[in-house]
Design a protein around this ligand. Structure first.
Ligand code: NAG
Ligand code: NAG
Ligand code: NAG
Length: 383
C-alpha cells in the first residue's frame, strides 16, 4: 500500500510552494543521497511543495553503508553548531515524503519539550536483544528508528560527536546505544516519537495508516494513535537502492523496440504464435521466440528476456507484458516512456472485475491482502 500512498500524497501538490506561505527560516532538512533515484526526486518534489529548505549530503559519493550517513551528518553539523535556534531534520530521502509543512513539524517538535526526537519503531533493530533495556512507555511504539530525527543543531552535534565508526557499520545501533545510556539520553535530551505525531514509518506498521481525502487534499492518518504524521517513510525490512536513471533522450524513439522476446509455454498455442510471427515480425527490429521446449517456466522466461536486454547496450527499455493483457491504445509505449521513470507499470484490470496487475496491500507473509481502498483504485474512483 505505501507506494500508492506516497504517490497519492504528492497529488496534493499542484505547484512548488503551493501549500505553504513562507519557508521556515529556522528549520533545515539534511539528507544523504549519493544517487539521484526516482524516490529521491519524489522526496525533493514533496519538499518543494511544502517549501522546506533541503541540503543534500554525499551526492556523487560511492555508497558504502549506513555509517556513512552519520559521518556526513557529523561534518555537516560543524557549520551550524553555534546557531542557537536552528532546528535540523535529518531524514532518509529515497523512500520518504512530506505530508505537511515546516510550521506543523516545528510546532509538534516543540510540543515534545525534548531537544532531539527520533522516529519510533515497533521492533528494535538491528539487535532485538536490546529490547528489554528500553524504557517502558505508556502508549506507542517503544524502539528507536534511524530513518528520521529532528533536533536543535547544537544537540545533534553532541549526539554524533563520538562517532568514529566505519561507513559500513549501523547508524541505528550507534544511536540506539546513546539512547539506552540514561546519562547521555538525559544530557542530549532525546525522546522518541512514540505515537507518530511527527514521523510515520511503515516497518511493521503498514496496517496502522489510512488515507483521508478531504477538500481535495489527502493526508495519511495513523488510526492506532489518531495522529497526522508530517513525514512519511516507506521503509521495509530490506532497503532497496536503485541505480540512477540515465537515458539519452535523443535515442528514445529509435531503440525502444529493438528487441522483442516472445515466450510461449503452451504447445497448443504454438501454431498461433508462429502465424503471428509470420504476419508481424517484420514490424519489429528483432524478434526472438522462446518456445515451450526451451524455457520451462514463466520465471525463467522472464529472466531470460531481461537478460537479453541487459546484455545488449542498445536496449534502453524493456517492456514486459503477459498474455492476459490486451493493449488497444497504440500510444501506450510512448506515453509510458514519456513518464521518464526507471520502472513504471500502467494499471490494468479486467473490465468490470476486481482483478488487476497490482495488490492493494501485502500480508506479512508476502501474499495478497485486500486494502481498504483496493476496490476504489481498481474502479478508478480513487486516483
Ligand atoms: C528533556 O528536558 C526537559 C526539560 O527541558 C525535561 O522535562 C525532560 O524530562 C528531558 N527529557 C529527557 C529524556 O531527559
Ligand atoms: C491513448 O492514451 C493516451 C495517453 O494516455 C491518451 O491521451 C489517448 O487519448 C488514448 N487514446 C485512445 C484512443 O484511447
Ligand atoms: C528525465 O529525467 C532525468 C533525470 O531526472 C532528467 O535529467 C531529464 O531532464 C528528464 N527528461 C525529461 C524529458 O523530462
Amino acid at each position: 500500500m505505501f507506494l500508492g500512498l506516497l504517490i497519492s500524497l504528492l497529488l496534493a501538490c499542484v505547484a512548488p510552494g503551493a501549500l505553504s506561505s513562507s519557508p521556515a527560516d529556522n528549520l533545515l532538512v539534511l539528507t544523504v543521497a549519493t544517487e539521484e533515484t526516482d524516490g529521491f526526486r519524489r522526496f525533493q518534489r514533496s519538499a518543494q511543495c511544502f517549501n522546506y529548505k533541503v541540503k543534500v549530503l554525499g551526492h556523487g559519493e560511492e555508497w558504502r553503508g549506513d555509517g556513512q550517513k552519520v559521518r556526513l551528518l557529523k561534518t555537516a553539523l560543524e557549520q551550524y553548531v553555534d546557531n542557537e535556534d536552528l532546528v535540523i531534520l535529518f531524514t532518509e530521502s529515497y523512500d520518504t515524503v512530506f505530508a505537511s509543512g515546516a510550521a506543523e513539524l516545528l510546532k509538534k517538535f516543540k510540543q515534545t519539550k525534548s531537544k532531539v526526537v527520533f522516529t519510533a519503531e515497533a521492533v528494535a533493530y538491528p539487535e532485538r536483544r536490546l529490547e528489554p533495556k528500553y524504557p517502558a512507555v505508556r502508549e506507542g511504539k517503544r524502539f528507536l528508528g534511524s530513518t528520521a530525527f529532528i533536533g536543535y543543531a547544537s544537540q545533534l552535534h553532541k549526539l554524533v560527536a563520538e562517532w568514529d565508526g566505519a561507513d559500513e557499520s549501523s547508524d541505528q545501533l550507534f544511536y540506539t546505544k546513546i539512547f539506552l545510556d540514561p546519562v547521555k539520553r538525559e544530557k542530549i535530551n532525546i525522546t522518541l516519537d512514540h505515537r507518530c505525531r511527527l514521523f510515520q514509518n511503515f516497518h511493521g506498521s503498514e496496517g496502522d495508516v489510512v488515507l483521508k481525502f478531504e477538500n481535495g487534499r489527502v493526508r495519511a492518518r495513523n488510526l492506532v494513535y489518531d495522529t497526522l504524521p508530517v513525514l512519511i517513510n516507506g521503509n521495509g525490512p530490506s532497503k532497496v537502492r536503485c541505480p540512477p536513471y540515465s537515458a539519452d533522450e535523443a535515442t528514445v524513439y529509435t531503440h525502444y523496440l529493438s528487441c522483442t522476446v516472445l515466450f510461449s509455454q503452451e504447445l497448443h498455442h504454438q501454431k498461433r504464435v508462429e502465424k503471428f510471427l509470420q504476419m508481424h515480425s517484420s514490424e519489429y527490429n528483432n524478434v526472438k521466440y522462446v518456445g515451450p521446449e526451451e524455457a520451462s517456466n514463466f520465471a525463467e522466461a522472464r529472466n531470460a528476456g531481461i537478460d537479453i536486454c541487459r546484455q545488449n547496450p542498445e536496449c534502453e527499455y524493456y517492456f514486459s507484458i503477459d498474455v492476459q493483457v490486451v493493449l488497444k491504445n497504440t500510444s501506450v509505449l510512448l506515453s509510458l516512456i514519456e513518464q521518464n521513470k526507471s520502472i513504471i507499470a500502467p494499471m490494468v484490470s479486467r473490465i468490470e472485475d476486481l482483478w488487476s496487475n497490482f495488490w492493494g496491500a501485502v500480508s506479512s507473509d508476502g501474499f495478497y491482502a485486500r486494502s481498504e481502498d483496493y476496490r476504489d483504485i481498481v474502479q478508478r474512483q480513487r486516483v
